[in-house]
Every structure is written in C-alpha cells, then in structure tokens.
Design a protein around this ligand. Sequence first.
Ligand SMILES: [Zn+2]
Length: 125
Amino acid sequence: MSESKPSFISGVLRMKCPHCGKGSIFVHKSVFPLKTCLRTHEKCTECGQEYTSKSNNAPGMNYALTSVAYILCFVAYALIFGLSYYDNSIYYALIASTAVILILQPWLMRLGKVIYLYIFSRSDF
Ligand SMILES: [Zn+2]
C-alpha cells in the first residue's frame, strides 16, 4: 500500500495526488486567474482518491504557512539590509515582508492546501 505513494516533498512541490502521485490536484496548473486558483478536482483523475474531507482545515494550514513565511521574509530582510534601533529599518522590514507575503499569497494558499491534503488524506489509509 505504501510503496506506490510519492515522497512528501516532491509530491507537495509538484502538487500531485497524495495517494498515487500522478493526478494533479488543481484544475488549473497556473494560479491565474486568481478567482479559480484554489479550484480542485473532486477526485483524483488517476486513482479516484477524494480531495475533499469532512474537516477541511486547509485555511488553518495556510495561516501557519503564512506565519512561517512572514518570519522567514523578516529574517531575510534583516540579514540582507540589516536592522537598527536608530532608524526606521524595522518598519521597512515589516512593510517589505507584508508586501512579499501578499504577493506570494496565491501560491502559499495552494501550498497550504496541498500540504493539508498530504498530511490528512494519507492518514486515512
Ligand atoms: Zn491519485
């Protein structure tokens, strides 16, 4: 049963079915148009694995993922440009991190949904 499952990292990055690793999860490959970027197939086109669960907590996963990404952006800004108590660099870091996270949000939402599916639909078997 477990020999056909794809590895977590490659499966998440390719956004393929958590059960067989072949069928794509999302209807559209691109995040554009943004209106339909989170639209998923109801079942895997290859193996029939359902992508919807009763306790859909993918937004919670997106919140956690966004928080981690925000902290990483802030640390990256601090490492690249430096932070100081004597100027407004902390505010610039916060504004830059917020802008980056807002721009990356469609991809983060997709990634959160895929990670959620990989964690919780795999444990059903
Ligand atoms: Zn599948």
